[in-house]
Design a protein around this ligand. Structure first.
Ligand SMILES: C[S@@+](CC[C@H](N)C(=O)[O-])C[C@H]1O[C@@H](n2cnc3c(N)ncnc32)[C@H](O)[C@@H]1O
Ligand code: SF4
Length: 395
């Protein structure tokens, strides 16, 4: 997670660098159910409208929550599938809140209506993230549901009016990039608190459909637009939040933006970016799936570290006998290719290992989704291969 707003605030109001804070436990994204009323083209969990047997029951979820709390996990993001299809979602969320977790709900929004919005509001979720992957026609095509856009927007409005902090989540591909300006306008017009731009990760249906990933030029234009909007809001003192995910090259790209427009602040921003430290999979971000399997993050569903029915999360997570976890926890990570040679490695931490693995079967190969040019990452001569403007070519 890359908090664009926070870095831009540092330009207006720089705060001391201070020591790097290591959270006691990871943020846990928890896919409580795999069933979903939609079948989106990019869905990492390959969800569908059917039952998936063997999911954790309420008592098991509560037991895992106790372990997570004792282990120092600060944040639970309750996700799916569609988490609102779980009848016990309110009990789980209420208990999580009572235990002192920061609790987020990750929903497609289409099932939020007058009958359940009060129950959602009563939980007091710290954040409700609802996906909009484009304006009406694009969203409905992407999410394969006629009427899906109107239903999701209805859910957003209901949550907003009930006083919840709401965020709009958009996964960028080559097919929906044209709608980004319109979605940002919508966010402003609808007084939505937060915008999360997620880059496509190569997992589940997102891997099968990876040829639709945004071209580098498209990604750069999208990031320029996010930076531009975010800066306008920061300068105007409006508390809208812009965050991005699944491409840690966004950090060095923001540094280049600061170097161009605020050179006097660039070194401060660089120090803050180093403190952020880039990709946190397997370290400060964890995933538990619907069956209780633990993964280094949500995009690693086909790589299992253990199951909470057999071993508590608190024992699975620190175990570095697993080669992927050992490498993810190393600093610097044992990355190769462009990532190894990159002058920004300490900022982005080698970006997204899932894309590297899905395209090469090597955890540590360079991330093919890095959209920075050779010049930007400091590559010269024979190492230099791409200039950041051609399309992503993935095998
Ligand atoms: C799996 S969904 C579950 C919650 C809910 N059903 C929804 O769609 O928001 C969680 C988030 O991950 C995003 N997502 C799914 N597959 C992805 C992928 N391959 N790359 C990047 N983001 C993805 C979705 O768009 C959504 O915002
Ligand atoms: S991305 Fe969300 S809404 Fe779409 S199929 Fe997956 S779980 Fe369902």
């Amino acid at each position: 997670m890359f908090r664009v707003t926070q870095f831009m605030q540092e330009i207006l109001d720089p705060r001391p660098i201070g020591p790097r804070r290591n959270p006691p436990g990871p943020v846990v994204i928890w896919n409580l159910i795999r069933r979903c009323n939609l079948t989106c083209l990019h869905c990492y969990s390959i969800s569908a409208d059917k039952d998936f047997p063997g999911e954790l029951n309420t008592a098991e979820v509560f037991r895992v929550m106790d372990d997570l709390k004792a282990f120092g996990v600060p944040v639970l993001i309750l996700s799916g599938g569609e988490p609102l299809l779980r009848p016990d979602i309110y009990d789980i969320a209420q208990r999580a809140k009572a235990m002192g977790f920061y609790v987020g709900l990750s929903s497609n929004g289409t099932l939020i209506d007058e009958t359940n919005v009060d129950k959602i509001a009563a939980v007091g979720f710290d954040y409700v993230g609802i996906s909009l992957d484009g304006l009406k026609a694009t969203h409905d095509k992407f999410r394969r549901k006629p009427g899906g856009f109107e239903a999701a927007l209805g859910g957003i409005r209901l949550c907003r009016d009930a006083g919840a902090k709401v965020g709009l989540r958009f996964t960028l591909t080559q097919d929906n990039a044209q709608d980004l300006p319109g979605l940002l306008d919508l966010m402003e017009a609808e007084r939505i608190d937060k915008f999360y731009l997620s880059h496509l990760n190569y997992a589940g249906r997102g891997n099968r459909n990876r040829k639709h990933d945004a071209h580098f030029r498209t990604t750069r234009q999208a990031m320029d637009l996010i930076f531009d909007r975010c800066w306008r809001h920061v300068r105007a003192g409006r508390p809208l939040e812009f965050v991005t995910g699944n491409n840690d090259a966004d950090g060095p790209y923001l540094l280049a933006w600061a170097q161009e427009y605020f050179p006097e602040r660039a070194e401060h921003i660089r120090q803050k970016l180093l403190q952020w430290g880039g990709n946190a999979s397997g370290v400060n971000v964890a995933n538990i799936d619907n069956l209780g399997n633990v993964h280094p993050d949500t995009m690693w569903w086909n790589y299992c570290l253990g199951n909470v029915r057999e071993r508590p999360f608190s024992r699975i997570w620190p175990d570095v006998s697993d080669p992927l976890m050992a490498g993810l926890k190393r600093s610097p990570r044992p990355v190769k290719g462009r990532c190894a040679a990159c002058r920004h490695l300490a900022i982005c931490n080698g970006n997204t290992r899932v894309r590297a693995w899905q395209t090469t079967e090597d955890f540590w190969a360079e991330d093919p989704g890095c959209y920075l040019t050779d010049e930007e990452i400091g590559l010269v001569g024979s190492e230099a291969r791409h200039q950041g403007s051609e399309v992503v070519v993935t095998p």
